[in-house]
Design a protein around this ligand. Structure first.
Ligand code: G3I
Length: 373
């Protein structure tokens, strides 16, 4: 081989090695989810229960790994208005205080939901006029209290059914706030009151089983498109992402794409991946941990790759505390990124890798979208 050809080959190899080194330095340095997320300007969060903040393992893992937290239950109606007109912000304030100390953002959850409301509300037999006033007063009181402290709210949670229809319920038609039969208008009204109380907060509609393309997500898409057209103050859609090994949604990227094309942001708000367990809480098949990791990595990767996906959040972080075991009567469990001893699982590594590998060029565009109103 002539000398200059040999030299060219050597130079090409050296160059390729340098490029690889550069890429690996960029991608492998993150030592926590929040470090990896900061590189691409995405929020990485988890639902929390302030009751556990006094547990050092719980608090240290949270502070090390996440740059956003959301109260699992502490800002819901049951916690914030336990008796008619009597507000209690104690638990929610603890979440805000923890976030402030650890420089985290707080996602608020939620201002309005047709389910899991206090008994006094569910069984109160209120009139339309009373419900109108109660809904307005609640949204304004809670969003005003957390003004400047909560950066984004799930304003309305789970208002649509599997076919994209408006679910019946006290806020819509039983008897509703005076907008029964007017489809999503009561949802729009909730957004208007939330915006009135906190004009700077990002306002989200949040739902489950609508992550990919299906009848329900079509209904959500139609609703938010209509809201944007009519100037209803909405900033984004939350995709909850409660999934299992056999029901991972397809077309998540396509759904994110069509929602963000409307000028909305998307956030993955409640991800967990349930695994089959026995009555002692052990996995039926230990290799499921790898399957779980793959699903987490895929979804985190889809979010990280799209500038309009501004947050990736899990519904809790340690398998010690998750709603899944109770909800599935002990059939499923171990759905989160850390095991019950707070050790990172393969799923943790998969999310870390997915965030670390994302192209850093996306950071600027994502920051612009995240700040947009
Ligand atoms: O704290 C009380 C306890 O004192 C009492 O003894 C016990 C008896 O049932 O209830 C305890 O409260 C429970 C609370 O979780 C705290 O564990 C409630 O009954 C129970 O209804 C509540 O469930 C929560 C559920 O939402 C309803 O609000 C789950 O923790 C929470 O993970 C779940 O989260 C929802 C999201 O908000 C919306 N998307 C789906 C997601 C999962 O269902």
């Amino acid at each position: 081989m002539p000398m200059d050809r040999q030299l060219k080959n050597i130079l090409t190899s050296v160059l390729a090695a340098l490029v690889l080194l550069f890429i690996s330095v960029l991608s492998c340095h993150a030592q926590s989810l929040s470090q990896a997320a900061a590189r691409i300007n995405v929020q990485v969060g988890t639902a929390v229960n302030p009751f556990f903040f006094s547990n050092p393992q719980y608090a240290q893992t949270l502070a090390r790994e996440f740059n956003m937290i959301e109260p699992e239950n502490a800002m819901k109606w049951t916690a914030t208005e336990p008796a008619p007109g009597k507000f209690n912000f104690t638990a929610g304030d603890e979440v805000v205080a923890f976030a402030a100390v650890h420089h985290m953002k707080v996602r608020g959850h939620n201002l309005l939901w047709g389910q899991h409301n206090p008994a006094w509300l569910d069984s109160g037999q209120f009139t339309t006029e009373q419900l109108h006033e109660m809904m307005k007063a609640h949204i304004i009181a809670v969003a005003s209290h957390y003004r400047g402290k909560v950066f984004a709210w799930d304003v309305v949670n789970e208002a649509l059914g599997n076919h994209g229809e408006v679910k019946p319920g006290i806020w819509y038609d039983r008897p509703g706030i005076g907008l029964a039969g007017k489809e999503t208008e009561y949802v729009a009204q909730a957004f208007r009151w939330a915006h009135q109380a906190d004009p700077d907060a990002l306002l989200f509609y949040n739902d489950y089983d609508a992550e990919g393309l299906n009848a329900k997500s079509n209904g959500i898409y139609a609703m938010v498109k209509d809201f944007k057209k009519r100037g209803v103050p909405i900033d984004g859609v939350g995709l909850q992402m409660h999934v299992g090994l056999d029901n991972v949604p397809k077309d998540v990227a396509a759904n994110i794409e069509r929602l963000t094309a409307l000028g909305l942001q998307v956030q993955i708000t409640e991800m967990d991946v349930r695994l089959p367990i026995n009555s002692s809480g052990e996995l039926l098949d230990p290799t499921d941990l790898e399957r779980q990791a793959k699903i987490y990595g895929e979804i985190a990767g889809i979010c990280a790759a799209h500038p309009g996906c501004t947050a990736f959040q899990t519904w809790g972080f340690t398998d010690r505390y998750s709603w899944i075991v109770h909800f599935t009567h002990g059939k499923y469990g171990q759905p989160l990124l850390f095991n019950a001893a707070y050790e990172p699982k393969p799923a943790y590594q998969a999310v870390l890798d997915a965030l670390s590998k994302a192209n850093p060029k996306i950071a600027r565009r994502r920051a612009e979208i995240a700040a947009r109103h």
